[in-house]
Write a protein that binds this ligand. Structure first.
Ligand code: MN
Length: 205
């Protein structure tokens, strides 16, 4: 079963003026599309062909670099598009997830500071994550390239419920070299309703 590129769940310009339309278009239509195309080519005719993306990632140590890079790239971008929303649309952080964040970090501001550190200290390309553990606790981590915390090779494992792409292709047109400004702007367009739903599903499983 070939993987497919879902359309963005909003218009290319829906996150303006925070995330610009041209970056969203290129990022989704070209970068993410390439990960899907290359993933499908890498798994065609192999025993990975009938597996879910989660199953592939859980055993990624046995897969080729092409599957690791493009399988991670597909999963990570699919998550990313769906935890973003136009300003004012995605609700506010609340409920059990807010409680878990405060339990782990002391306050929401301390969580955002830890996340920003993870995002800005990731050298080169990669991702910053908020992950959930089965016991309901949460943690911040980062991964290089297109790796993620679902992979059996990850240093810190858990279910990603919030992720930020810190590849330059995600921010360079608008923010140039100012990755910290991109991270600060990110909070304006987070879809907390979607993140909370991911948290609830991760803990229930
Ligand atoms: Mn990207």
């Amino acid at each position: 079963m070939a993987f497919t590129l879902a359309p963005l769940p909003y218009a290319n310009n829906a996150l303006e003026p925070h995330f610009d339309a041209m970056t969203m278009e290129i990022h989704h239509d070209r970068h993410h599309n390439a990960y899907v195309t290359n993933l499908n080519a890498a798994i065609a005719g192999t025993d990975l062909d009938n597996q879910s993306i989660e199953e592939i990632l859980a055993n990624i140590s046995k897969a080729s670099p092409a599957v690791r890079n493009n399988g991670g790239g597909h999963y990570n971008h699919d998550l990313f598009w769906n935890i973003l929303a136009p300003q004012g649309v995605g609700g506010n952080l609340s409920g059990p997830l807010k409680e878990a964040i405060i339990a782990a970090f002391g306050s929401v501001d301390d969580f955002k500071a830890a996340f920003k550190t993870a995002a800005t200290t990731r050298f080169g390309s990669g991702w910053a994550w908020l992950i959930a553990k089965e016991d309901g606790s949460v943690a911040v981590c980062s991964t290089p390239n297109q790796d993620n915390p679902l992979m059996d090779i990850a240093e810190v494992k858990g279910t990603p419920i919030l992720g930020l792409d810190v590849w330059e292709h995600a921010y360079y047109l608008k923010f140039q070299n100012k990755r910290p400004d991109y991270v600060d702007t990110f909070w304006t367009v987070v879809n907390w309703n979607a993140v909370e739903a991911r948290y609830a599903a991760a803990v229930k499983n």
